[in-house]
Design a protein around this ligand. Sequence first.
Ligand code: AMP
Ligand code: MG
Length: 337
Amino acid sequence: MFNCRANEDATLAEKILLVTFMITTISTDILQAEAILRSGGVVAIPTETVYGLAANALDAKAVTSIFEIKERPFFDPLIVHTASLERARAFVDHIPDWAEELFAMFSPGPMTIILKKRSIIPDIVTSGLETVGIRIPNHALTLSLLNNLDFPLSAPSANPFMYVSPTSSEHVNKQLGGKIPYILDGGSCNVGVESTIIAEIDGKPSILRLGGLPIEDIERVIGSISFHKNSLSKPISPGMLESHYSPRKKVILGRPAQGVGENKRIGYIGFEFPVDGIPIHHQRILSSTGALAEAARNVFGALRELDSLDIELIYAELVPELGLGRAINDRLKRAAA
Ligand code: AMP
Ligand code: MG
């Protein structure tokens, strides 16, 4: 990072360049990440779902920087990441039995539970809501980092607002390189889609966002759970906005009709098999063995890769609507919305 205080004589243009451009280090050294986070800075961190853009969740000023870097509207609340359920108890008022059971079974893991917050969590984190999303991520580097820090981390996905989420340090660097000092490199994300968000609505647990923990797994522990359909005028969870996770290219769901592929500027995302008539380097197959976990790991990378090609349109075929397939289809539908 450049030191701006040494440049008091700089012209305005030079000052703007100095504050907006910084050198981004990509490394596996958690001590460097800790030092930046302790001084109120922002660091990209790996998790099993997607990469997060993290800052001290108890420091309102540090959290403000996350919103600025992401260009995320302040009405979209952030999830708080912590190392264990024991630590989480300091941030929330009460944990209902169903949530205790889910934490016991699935943490660390790709699950976020919305709970009533204590005042120690600044309002900016929760966009003024009385609740906070708590998550214990399942990634060795980030768990060590969280264990070493004496504060939790607020972390939305490390991408500009509304764009496809990053599942590798290269994805983060491509868009946020020069804007953040450090990317903690934890390799490719193992799950590849965001956490499943669960909240209590009308006294019952409900799913707010489909994600890396399949509904079927949740139901095996706490019984049947409803999916709370979002009302667009007042989304409970902005991650449920109809259009989100969107590449710049137009996305159309389904296979291209016969002959459409004559136009060579078309891309295709398929589940198991490529289609005829579209150049093979314009196609991405999510899992040639039909494995939904592999497809989830690949879906955001496929959208990003095709978005960077010189094509006009991306056709994307939905995958089987079960297990992780529900979250994959949810992201594809919203990329197409
Ligand atoms: P992101 O980290 O960008 O995937 O976004 C996190 C998602 O969690 C957003 O859609 C938030 O709206 C949602 N979220 C975070 N805190 C809350 C909360 N207190 N109530 C409802 N949704 C929340
Ligand atoms: Mg996001």
